[in-house]
Structures are given as C-alpha cells and as structure tokens.
Design a binder for this molecule. Structure first.
Ligand SMILES: C[S@@+](CC[C@H](N)C(=O)[O-])C[C@H]1O[C@@H](n2cnc3c(N)ncnc32)[C@H](O)[C@@H]1O
Length: 260
C-alpha cells in the first residue's frame, strides 16, 4: 500500500499518525500517495496546538483530519467537493468524530469573504499555492486570528507562500514561532487591522528586496525625468491637462444626446 508522502522523522506516537500513514485519505487523486499532505512535523504541530480551539484552514486532507481528531471547531475551505467527502468518510472509518467539522467547497477568496468573520485561534494556509492566493487567504482570514493566535503558512519553499512567509517574518506584529523549512508558524503579537498603509510598514521584506529596489533606481529616475519633460513641454502637469480634456462617451450606446 502506498504511504502518505510525509517525513519519516520521529513523531509523537499518536495512533492517528500511524493510521494516516497506513491508510492515507485519498483526497487528491493527482498525488502519488493520493494526498498532498503537509509534512509530518507540521501535522504534529497542529496536533499539539489545535486541541479544542477554533480553527480554519484553506485546503483539505490529512491536516483536516488532524484538526478534527483533536476536537477543534474546524472549518476547511477547499476546491473539489469530493475532497470533503473523502476526508469525512476517512474520519468515519477511523473513529474520528466529525461533529465539530465544517467542510466548505469553493474557491477560498469567495468562500472566505462570504462566511462570518468570527474570531479564530489558528489559521492554516495551505490552499492554492499560486500568487496571490496565499496572500488573499491571509488578507481575508488573518484579521480573524485572536491576539496570541497562530497563522501557519505551508509550502514556503514555493514562491507564493514564500513571499507571505518573508513578509510576516519581518512584521513585528507577527512573532515567528517556527521556520521548519517547508512551513512556518507565527503568533499574532500585537493589535493590527488591514487599514495599514505602506508607510507604516517600515520593515523591508528581505535584504534581496533592498538590492532589487536599488537596482530599479535608474528606471525610476528615467520615469521621473520623462514625467518632468512631458510636464514642461505641455506647459502644465498631466493631471491638470486631464481636467481640460472633454469627456468622451464610453460607447455609442452610452452617448448622451448633445445638449448644445
Ligand atoms: C496541498 S493540498 C492541501 C493538503 C492538506 N493541507 C493536507 O495536509 O493534506 C492543497 C489544497 O488546496 C486546495 N485548493 C486549491 N485551489 C484552491 C482554491 N482556489 N480555493 C480553496 N482551496 C484550494 C485543494 O482543494 C487542496 O485541498
């Protein structure tokens, strides 16, 4: 029998992990072992921290089972409806009570925006890994994380999750608890909301970004010069010129009759 593709490092010994390894929930048919599971140490972290908590994850699979098994009031948001069915069946077959589990199929930006923004203790981001989905998941769900609550970002070896990880690592409002290489966890260490403008984000994302920023300086200078030249030639700044330009109708259908 295929085993779930999780690290074989020592684990807590909870029979749940042995069950998952022996009989992986085949939620993702395209995965070699039937499930694109988080690594075992990540599942163990969830197991150790989620007991009895209010939790939310994007994605569905072995992690959903672990959240459910420790009686978290857990919500999983995932793309394919069959994933939820597979996980629910696995739980029933292995004696995991699903009374506290809510399975929501749909794309996470739409689903997360539609559900009530009640406080949560743990947010696990492991849905679509393409930019900007990890950022959207964070944007829509992280404001719900209580003070001292935890955000886990999975697959930080990939560019989309990595940029979220790097950003949080430098943000003083989020304290890095663990950087495990493939995933990381942060504690919400301060009050915050989404009204932050760029000027109050004084941290650079990382050293390389500073270099990239400097490397773009010639392009910015050229743009500044171009804008200045244009303004001089026209005699007015472009935004002044716009106010003198007669408004064009959007299309022939929306054109209003000429009042003159
Ligand atoms: C790597 S798997 C999650 C694995 C799971 N955390 C585990 O430990 O077994 C990625 C998940 O992202 C979900 N996903 C992909 N695109 C999504 C989207 N746009 N919205 C929500 N979930 C999405 C898939 O349905 C899949 O469950």
């Amino acid at each position: 029998m295929a085993t779930v593709e999780i690290s074989s490092r020592a684990h807590s010994g909870d029979p749940l992990f042995a069950d998952i390894r022996r009989d992986p929930p085949k939620a993702h048919p395209s995965a070699p072992a039937g499930v694109w599971s988080a690594t075992l140490d990540c599942l163990e972290f969830i197991h150790a921290h989620a007991g009895g908590k209010v939790t939310l994850e994007t994605g569905c699979g072995a992690s959903t089972i672990v959240f459910t098994a420790v009686a978290a009031a857990h919500t999983s948001v995932f793309l394919g409806p069959t994933e939820g069915e597979v996980v629910a069946r696995w739980c029933t077959d292995h004696g995991v009570d699903t009374a506290t589990l809510t399975l929501l199929a749909g794309s996470s930006p739409e689903v997360l925006a539609a559900i009530p923004p009640d406080p949560i203790d743990i947010l696990f981001i492991d849905g679509c890994h393409a930019h900007p989905f990890p950022q959207l998941d964070w944007y829509l769900a992280a404001p719900r994380v209580r003070a001292d609550g935890i955000v886990i970002v999975d697959d930080i070896q990939l560019p989309g999750p990595a940029s979220l990880h790097r950003f949080l690592r430098r943000d003083p409002r989020w304290e890095l608890l663990i950087d495990a290489g493939y995933w990381s966890a942060f504690r919400r260490a301060a009050e915050w909301d989404l009204s932050t403008e760029w000027a109050s984000q004084t941290h650079s994302v990382d050293g390389l970004d500073r270099v990239r920023h400097l490397a773009r300086a010639p392009r910015r200078l050229a743009a500044m010069a171009r804008n200045a030249r244009n303004a001089q030639r026209l005699g007015v700044a472009p935004w002044q010129r716009a106010s003198h330009t007669p408004r064009q109708p959007l299309s022939s259908h929306s054109a209003e009759p000429d009042a003159g």
